[in-house]
Design a protein around this ligand. Sequence first.
Ligand code: SAM
Length: 270
Amino acid sequence: MSTYGLQWNRFRIVREEEDRATFANRTGLRPGDLAGKDVLDGGCGMGRYLRLAGDARLAVGLDLSEAVLAARDLTAGMGNVAIVRGDLLRLPFAEGSFDHIYSIGVLDHTPDPRAAFLGLARLLKPGGRIAIWIYERESPVVERLMDAHRAVSTRLPLGLLLAMCRLAAPIGLLKRRLMASRWRLVERSGVALHALTIGVSMHPDAEVRVCDTLDWYAPKYLSRHTVEEVRGWFAEAGLVDVADLGVGQRFHHEGQGNGVNLAGRRPGAQ
Ligand SMILES: C[S@@+](CC[C@H](N)C(=O)[O-])C[C@H]1O[C@@H](n2cnc3c(N)ncnc32)[C@H](O)[C@@H]1O
């Protein structure tokens, strides 16, 4: 099984309040916006955000991995949902099929995020809207550190890596506590520990910490991008009304990961 197949079938993590907050933040969608619309979740994983598209006319979840099995289970009983196993780089849909497309934490896990984005943008109906979230590029030093860690972790047997992620989970909690300290020296030691273990999640929930840590160290592809670069993709796709959803956004919890979070619209009336 692929890394994502294992991740999303082992960790069928639904956190109602957090999922709704993250979905609203990262798509800019409000309740009712999807009512009666045709919607695509590009890279739905286990379907935690797909299941929030309950009032869409049609909500399609596309994913490359065996995560589709978990998504199918999670959305069972939702008559408007269809799950498709497929590749964002070889999209199995006709151009102009969707009113809304969102893709949360996915394009950066493909070998060609720009091509994957341009493919998704072509699926928009005139007036249709797309929102994406991908990891943001860090400073050169941090980038080198991340690459070095992942050069090792992505070569480890998946079972071993999962065991290591479980062992590392308390480090995430420790970092969180140190960084929250009002004593500067203690807080700084938390920051230093975080720099050395940057992929170890600080999520408040222990099970999610393990899942998120695996999500960082296991995938073969994990690229980081700048806002300017991604704005260039939106321009290339001919999208208008491009908005940076990340501006002023509050994290649901510390250490959620810095992202590039843009939305744009295909010209034309809906
Ligand atoms: C970090 S997970 C995010 C899943 C979901 N959007 C979420 O936030 O819960 C990334 C997902 O992208 C999927 N993926 C990676 N490359 C893909 C591709 N080329 N086509 C479709 N899905 C892909 C993986 O299978 C995985 O489920």
